[in-house]
Every structure is written in structure tokens, then in C-alpha cells.
Design a protein. Structure first.
Length: 90
């Protein structure tokens, strides 16, 4: 079992925001790996993930707040903050 998830299930106290993020991150990564292992392309998984996140954000925060968040993401993506680090070439 995932470390953060296992800890959350064993500890009766509510999880902190950071613990929730870590547990969710581990579950999300496990989902991505499982979907990939089943042959689902990463771009399909990514598109589905973004769509699901946007539906959830609109439901929780409304259209305008979600739209502002997405507009902020445009600059973050363009700044390269989501680029994966690459190994240096020798």
C-alpha cells in the first residue's frame, strides 16, 4: 500500500492539507501507472485528468474562479514550470 495512504488509514486523526495532498498524489500516480500498464496512452489519461479536474473545480468554486485559475495556468505552462527535467547529455 502507498505510504501516505497507509498512514492515513492507520491514523484516526484528520489528515492535514499536506497529508491529503501527498496521499492524493500517490493515488493519482498509481492510477496513471495502472492506466498506462493497461495500454491507455498518456495523452488520453492527461486529457481525462484535466477534464475531471475542471469539472470538480467548477463544481466547487464556480466558472469564473476556475476560469481565472486556468488563465493563470497558461503563464505557468508557458514559463516551463511543467516541463520534466531531462538528464544532462554527456
Amino acid at each position: 500500500m502507498l505510504p501516505a495512504l497507509a498512514q492515513a488509514l492507520e491514523d484516526p486523526r484528520p489528515m492535514s492539507d499536506e497529508e491529503q495532498r501527498l496521499a492524493a498524489f500517490e493515488m493519482f500516480n498509481t492510477f496513471w501507472q495502472d492506466a498506462s500498464d493497461r495500454g491507455i496512452p498518456f495523452d488520453t489519461i492527461g486529457t481525462m485528468s484535466i477534464s475531471a479536474a475542471l469539472f470538480a473545480l467548477v463544481a466547487a468554486h464556480g466558472q469564473e474562479t476556475t476560469a481565472e485559475f486556468v488563465l493563470d495556468l497558461v503563464n505557468i505552462v508557458r514559463a516551463g514550470d511543467f516541463n520534466l527535467p531531462t538528464a544532462p547529455r554527456h
